[in-house]
Design a protein around this ligand. Structure first.
Ligand code: ADP
Ligand code: MG
Ligand code: MG
Length: 881
């Protein structure tokens, strides 16, 4: 007979697939002797069987549950439903991957009109017993019976008002009894049934409901967001209750073994005295920081911090731990690998290597390159004086500016329009996830550092400020106030999640700096990796940044960006509009020194590292005014000033724009085709490069240039352009007397080039795969049209697994890359190869490039650290198989 149910002493942490993360860790903690309330776990296989049987628990599973329950009753000496000594349990969902707050837990199950009396007698604390019962009714009604929680809250609020109470602790046992009557009436009215009194019925209804919750909307959204497969199923944990709400010697809390925001190796967490379960995370009362527990319950604190140490050494990673104190006794209710910010992840990994807990390779593999993005982002400029409105808890670092919105749907709508918004809420719930996704950052007026908003924002790398108690939100008026100041929906604020400050308006931000730990980790990564990392940079400032971030060179310098400069564009236009060679040469002669100075700056910044310069690539009309606008101007002038010179000029311009207009500019006169039709443009660019080298040579600065011809499809194109560049170098050599050392290579971005790479390699010293255009030409997609019109649907319908412009399509485009590398190296075994384009900064694509045998990847300067780490991971992972 197949085993579907496991007692806590029958499992271990290796059984996550079967027991879910929570269940496997509860078993593991039981095994190593920690004080875990006893219980059992119903496996994920039982959940899948439930769905296969069209939502029914089979007799087999049913029996196994009852057997486990008997074992639990024997162990605890209590019985479910026994009025004299009732067993109460929690029913907790637990998927393979932790999904915080995604599925609902039921506490105090087993309470009914009889057992509540038993509890009252046994504990000599009727108030506690009735308080627990009313919590159970509400939770059970909400999760299992699907009665809106609002009715219960409303009733309680009215009751408090009527009695003149300000808060729940003022309610007496008798009060709670009355509330319970009211709660039961709500259940009767809304479900047309009595609240179930049979504890076994309660248990099985709850188990069904946990299974059902696997497919509730917010769980599905969470899984989609975090790429968790939908078929895994959830386990259910049935665990003996312990009570943090038995008085002032009881309490409940959550703690991380290290600071999840900064990584500091100090216990970090919060707790509430005389509270149960979710009170800490729900943000109803603002909890106390964990270190005050040292003062209030020194013995418990000592025991707890030792347990934390022990768990960390056991799991060799930072842990996120739930605990409850029942009348002076500590219980551990959950442990899991703690979510953390990128900053903390790095600090913890590096510290753990230095503490001898893990090795460097493990440290490198622990950091998700995607997460580094948040560290490489901008933050608020410290030198600017801040007009602080108020300050809350710094719950997730980073800074953001945006318009205030108060509602998740509104945030999503505005976010989709491309607006930057900050979501401001009293607190957030899992139903707000889509709004958080669409926001730049989150502010809540209630809740602590472990509240829902804080945990979710940290996971997404978004700034978040919690517990901002000064912020008084009026959801009806769509505004919040801080003292006298009123902020309306749509007003712009800036938040700093690292300090907790909220400021009015937009505040300038500065570039990020790499922490010491980050630098050290990257040094370790550099020691491991075999793949080079370069940056794409078009100007000296970006080149400088690339150098600082550890780029091993420039993989792509796009010269057209130098043409776009507002001072240069008129000269570029004159060059394009030239009626004859003389006019054109004159314009080009003006452009040459400008290009030269750009190159000098870039070469200088890179201090002798290789710099790949691509000659002009886009179609010429990109440098001319928009045709439609021009047409309007001409038409206006024809009416208002038909004899003016201006009209003549505009007409001439319009004629040229029309001449250059193409049906499909992406596949038109651009790249090396331009170089063949207008050789003087490429010649000017080549000369500018050589003059720049000559100038730096005089200054004693080393330069390592690689001149790159774009959009080659046939070897003859490259051959002709190669001659042109060599010619230019000889001409400059004549003038300057310098013998230039340089490479000439090509982009491989047309399938034909990849397929004939053996031929092309005869004329090339290097290949750089332009995977953006290669993706466009391989799929036959134009990127802007695809992303704007159909790619989103393609991904939703799973026609494609990812956006191929973000994650390299390994099967198709990747095959062309591999073919290109292999054929090229048949001709030239040492042919240098790399990729440029966004893929060079994406972890999966980087892994692919390493495995395909490329020498380097090139990406935006801000992604260089991420790429260095991803390249090291690719190397380590390859060694491990
Ligand atoms: P989540 O996955 O949403 O964190 P949990 O199953 O961990 O849900 O439970 C929610 C809260 O209830 C937590 O604070 C947890 O510590 C508490 N809790 C769960 N089971 C018990 C129990 N047997 N006794 C006391 N508190 C419990
Ligand atoms: Mg939990
Ligand atoms: Mg291209």
């Amino acid at each position: 007979m197949k085993k579907f149910v496991y007692l806590f002493n029958e499992g271990n942490s290796g059984m996550k697939d079967l027991l879910g993360g929570k269940g496997a860790n509860l078993a593991e903690m039981t095994k190593i002797g920690l004080p875990v309330p006893y219980g059992f776990t119903i496996s994920t296989e039982a959940c899948n069987a439930y769905y296969e049987a069209e939502k029914a628990i089979s007799p087999e599973v049913h029996d196994q549950i009852l057997q486990a329950l008997t074992a639990l009753e024997e162990k605890t000496g209590k019985r479910l439903g026994d009025p004299n000594n009732p067993l109460l349990v929690s029913v907790r969902s637990g998927a393979v991957f932790s999904m915080p707050g995604m599925m609902d837990t039921i506490l105090n199950l087993g309470m009914n009109d009889q057992t509540v009396e038993g509890m009252a007698r046994l504990t000599n604390n009727p108030r506690f017993a009735y308080d627990s019962y009313r919590r159970f009714i509400q939770m059970f009604a909400d999760v299992v019976l699907e009665v809106d929680i609002f009715f219960f809250e409303q009733l309680l609020e009215e009751y408090r008002e009527q009695k003149g109470y300000n808060s729940d602790p003022e309610l007496t046992a008798e009060d709670w009894q009355e509330v319970i009557q009211g709660y039961k009436n709500i259940v009767r009215k809304r479900t047309k049934k009595e609240f179930p009194q049979d504890p076994k019925e309660q248990l099985f209804l709850s188990i069904n409901s946990v299974f059902d919750s696997w497919n509730n909307q917010r769980a599905i959204v969470y899984r989609r967001l975090h790429k968790i497969p939908q078929h895994l199923g959830t386990a259910v944990n049935i665990q003996t209750m312990v009570f943090g709400n038995m008085g002032d010697d009881s309490g409940t809390g959550v703690a991380f073994t290290r600071n999840p925001s900064t990584g500091e190796p100090l216990l970090y967490g919060e707790y509430l005295i005389n509270a149960q379960g979710e009170d800490v995370v729900a943000g109803i009362r603002t909890p106390l920081p964990i270190h005050t527990l040292q003062r209030e319950m020194p013995e418990i604190y000592k025991q707890f911090s030792e347990t934390c140490q022990r768990l960390e050494h056991h799991y060799l990673d930072m842990q996120d731990i739930e605990f409850t104190v029942e009348r002076g006794k500590l219980f551990i209710l959950q442990t899991r690998t703690g979510k953390r910010t990128a900053q903390a992840a790095i600090r913890i990994a590096v510290d753990m290597v230095e503490e001898g807990l893990i090795d460097k390779k493990t440290a490198i593999l622990r950091i998700d390159p995607d997460q580094l993005n948040q560290l490489l982002h901008r933050r608020i400029d410290d030198t600017i004086e801040r007009k602080q409105l108020t300050k809350g808890l710094p719950a997730s670092p980073g800074a953001a500016t945006g318009q205030v919105v108060f509602d998740a749907d509104e945030a999503e709508a505005l976010g989709n329009e491309g607006k930057k918004v900050i979501l401001v809420r009293p607190e957030t719930t899992p139903d707000d996830i889509h709004g958080i996704v669409a926001s730049q950052g989150v502010v809540t007026s209630r809740g602590g550092m472990t509240s829902h908003a804080a945990v979710v924002a940290r996971g997404m790398g978004k700034p978040c400020i919690c517990g901002c108690e000064e912020v008084k939100i009026d959801l009806n008026a769509l505004q919040f106030s801080i003292g006298e100041t009123v902020i309306n929906q749509g007003d712009t604020i800036t938040i700093d999640g690292s300090t907790g400050e909220i400021m009015y308006g937009e505040i300038p931000m500065v570039d990020p700096q790499l922490s010491d730990e980050f630098q050290l980790l990257l040094k370790w990564a550099d020691e491991e990796r075999k793949l080079g990392v370069r940056a794409n940079a078009d100007n000296p400032i970006d080149a400088q940044k690339a150098f600082e971030f550890g780029a091993g060179g420039i993989g792509l310098c796009r010269t057209e960006h130098m043409f776009m400069d507002s001072k240069r564009i008129p000269i570029v236009q004159r060059m394009i509009l030239a009626e004859n060679d003389a006019e054109r040469s004159e314009a080009l002669a003006q452009l040459l020194p400008m290009q030269q100075s750009d190159f000098e700056g870039i070469f200088e910044a890179m201090q002798g590292l290789p710099v790949t310069i691509r000659l002009l690539d886009p179609p010429l009309h990109e440098f001319l005014p928009n045709k439609d606008e021009l047409l309007v101007e001409v038409t206006k002038l024809q009416i208002t000033d038909p004899t003016s010179r201006q009209l003549l000029e505009k007409e001439k311009l319009l004629k040229k724009v029309r001449q250059l207009e193409e049906f499909n500019p992406m596949l038109g006169l651009r790249g090396c085709r331009l170089g063949i039709i207008y050789p003087e443009i490429y010649e000017m660019q080549a000369k500018a490069i050589f003059f720049a080298i000559a100038k730096l040579d005089k200054k004693g600065i080393d330069v390592n240039p690689e001149i790159m011809i774009p959009l080659v499809g046939h070897v003859n194109e490259l051959k002709e352009m190669r001659e042109l560049v060599i010619n230019a170098s000889l001409q400059v050599q004549e003038i300057t007397g310098i013998n230039f050392n340089y490479l000439i290579g090509t982009m491989i971005e047309i399938p034909r080039a990849a397929l004939t790479a053996d031929e092309i390699a005869k004329e090339a010293d290097f290949f750089s795969f332009g995977t953006n255009d290669l993706t466009q030409t391989t799929f036959g997609f134009s990127r802007d049209d695809a992303e704007g019109k159909f790619l989103q649907t393609y991904i939703e319908k799973k026609v494609l697994p990812d956006n191929p412009f973000a994650v390299l399509d390994r099967e198709g485009v990747g095959k062309l890359v591999e073919t290109g590398v292999n054929l090229g190296r048949q001709t030239k075994p040492n042919l240098k190869t790399g990729i440029c384009g966004e893929h060079g900064g994406e972890k999966q694509s980087i892994k692919f490039c390493y495995n395909a045998g490329l020498d380097y990847v090139s990406c935006s300067p801000y992604r260089v650290p991420l790429a260095r780490l991803a390249a090291a991971q690719a190397t380590i992972l390859k060694e491990q198989v």
